[in-house]
Every structure is written in structure tokens, then in C-alpha cells.
Design a protein around this ligand. Sequence first.
Ligand SMILES: [Fe+2]
Length: 258
Amino acid sequence: MVYLTRSSGVLGLTDFGFRVGEANLRGCTKLRKERFIHMETATPQIQTIVSMPFDENSYVLSLPGQSECLVIDPGFDPQQIESVIAENQLLPVAILCTHGHADHIAGNGYLKDRWPSCPLVIGKGDASKLSDPEGNLSAGYGFNLVSPLADQTVKDGDLLELAGLKLRVRETPGHSCGHVVFVIEGCQPPIVLGGDVLFAGSIGRTDFPDGSFDDLKKSIHEKLFTLPDETVVLSGHGPSTTVGEEKRSNPFVGIECA
Ligand SMILES: [Fe+2]
């Protein structure tokens, strides 16, 4: 049995990720500590770092007893990510970004400075956003954020073998044209690192320049809802959910709403 833990986070005034953020944000509390999800078999230990000002979830994944870890979507609190890594005596072997929006890449530079040999991985279609403040949306919020460039770009079907884990890439455009999710293969229940595609009771915003609701709905139905119902979706904002729960009840893309 392993646990998913969540570090503290405080609500932001706005966000990059939610289509209907208010309802979700109101469901959060100011401090969210040690929220546990039980996983029944050999699955990675997952630690969640929630960063201001967009309430974005960064994740640190490692297999029990192993020192290598993955960092997913480093947000605006890379120091906290570094602390989690240090406290657990881990070594990051890759930074994986689900997409190139600022709140998911803001910590890349700090982590690359700290661990220069740690490769930065992102979907091919969003790689240009790393160095483009307009594309990564930071310019629109009044700050010009750039990240180190990608060391590796990935596309649909690619398999990454990192930190003892196998992660299958699925392209999921709609929130961002180059958005990808990472499906961890071989663990039970299955886990998908879902970024800003599907949230608990909500979906990612589609009002950005390269967003499309039709594309997002198609991505969710073809790339997420085809996973087993028990698949745990670790979202880029808010609490985790499962494929089955969102199929049944998601007001935007649930099967009954299709
Ligand atoms: Fe986003």
C-alpha cells in the first residue's frame, strides 16, 4: 500500500486551468495537508506540491525503496519541490511537463539549475511555449516567463522508461494544442498524469488561442475514457478523480452528457 500526499496550498485569485474554477476552488480549503489515497499494489509514491497563485499541482513520483524520482509540472514553488526531494533523499531523473502553460513550467529553470543533467520533457506541440511568454500565457498576466528549452519532445504512443516506471504518452489537445498526458503502465489501479485536461467535475479551459472544446472533448473521450474506470487521474489543479467517476458525472464531458 502506498499513499498519495498533498502539501499545503492557498487559493489563487485566478487560474490557467479551470473551465469553471470557482466551484472547484471553493471546494478547496486554505491548507490541504496529507490527503491520502490508498493504492493497493506496487505503485509509485506520489507527493503533491500545490503552488500559488494558480493552485497548480506539481507531483514528485518515486517507487518505494528507490532513489530516482520524476518531477511533473513544476509550478511556482520549486523550492518546495526541492525540499520534498531532499527530505525523501531522492534524485530527479526527469522533469515531465504535460503542457507549456506558465503555471506548469515556472519551476523548470530552478530545477534545471539545481540538477543540470535532469532532462526536460514536453509534448512536441507545446515545446515552443517554453521560451514564448505569449504562448505560455505569462505575458497576458503581466510577467514574461521563460523556461529552459526541452531536452526531449514526445508524441502520441511514445514510451518513457524512467525511475523504474513506464509511462505511455497520449496526445490530448484541446486545452493546449500540444498537451500530453502520461499513463503509468503496470500499476494497479492505473494512474494517469493528466495535466489540465480533465478535473474532478470539470475540464480544462478552452478559451486560450490554441484551445478547442471539441478537441478537448475528443481527447477526453478517446484518450482518457478508454482507460479502465478505476484509473486515477492526477490533475493539474484540484483533487484527483477517476475515469469512471468523470464518465458518470462530469457535467461537460460525462458519457450522459455526450
Ligand atoms: Fe494549463
